[in-house]
Design a protein around this ligand. Structure first.
Ligand SMILES: Cc1cc2nc3c(=O)[nH]c(=O)nc-3n(C[C@H](O)[C@H](O)[C@H](O)COP(=O)(O)O)c2cc1C
Length: 186
């Protein structure tokens, strides 16, 4: 699959086929793509936890307060320890750890799509409960939860995305047109 297709086909799936179990090695390959994301100063702050234990998945679904998470045969939990980026960059380092988690997660998500698997970015959860279930250390934040499976049914329509002209400005905030003298066309 080419990059444009993966980007445009990516969406959050919340219904998984109970009869089809993904190969865990495929998920590892998707996690591998996260290593290539940009990291502030080359400091890798992230860890990925691949969860296959059914009881733990059920408990994670409860911690997320979202039943569909329990339908997945695998769950990937992304967490990060911002200590190193905070040491290097102060308060901003805490933000950097979050930004790079997002960058790594997008690589991972696109690889999931390319592999024919589906997932949903789950950001709502009771962090303390996820930490307890997976024995995540105190100094490490839980960034996101990804239930993974094969999509049960393809939707008839796709949710419209925001138009480009609503997110793009030229040369200053709020300027919606590229002027000729600034390199644009008449
Ligand atoms: C930071 C973040 C947190 C999210 N948390 C949840 C969540 O807890 N549960 C859920 O069903 N979807 C969650 N989503 C998925 C969004 O609802 C979804 O991306 C959005 O509706 C756009 O749909 P699409 O991803 O299919 O394009 C989250 C997405 C992001 C980026």
């Amino acid at each position: 699959m080419d990059l444009d297709k993966a980007i445009q086909n990516r969406r959050c799936v919340r219904k998984f086929n109970p009869k089809k179990k993904p190969d865990w090695r495929t998920i590892i390959e998707c996690i591998d793509s996260a290593r290539y994301a940009p990291m502030a100063g080359g400091n890798y702050t992230l860890k990925f936890i691949l969860v296959s234990d059914e009881e733990k998945i059920n408990r994670i679904a409860k911690a997320c307060q979202q039943d569909f998470v329990a339908q997945a045969k695998f769950v990937v939990v992304v967490c990060s320890n911002p200590a190193r980026t905070i040491n290097l960059y102060g308060k901003k380092g805490g933000c950097y750890a979050k930004y790079q988690a997002g960058a790594a997660v997008e690589n991972f998500f696109l690889k999931i799509i390319e592999s024919g698997l589906s997932t949903c970015w789950v950001g709502h959860f009771v962090e303390g409960q996820i930490k307890e279930i997976l024995k995540i250390p105190e100094d490490t934040d839980v960034d996101a939860v990804f239930p993974i499976g094969y999509e049960l049914e393809k939707p008839m329509t796709r949710k419209a995305k925001i138009d480009l002209d609503r997110i793009l400005y030229f040369n200053r905030y709020g300027n919606v047109q590229m002027k000729k003298e600034e390199g644009g066309v008449e």
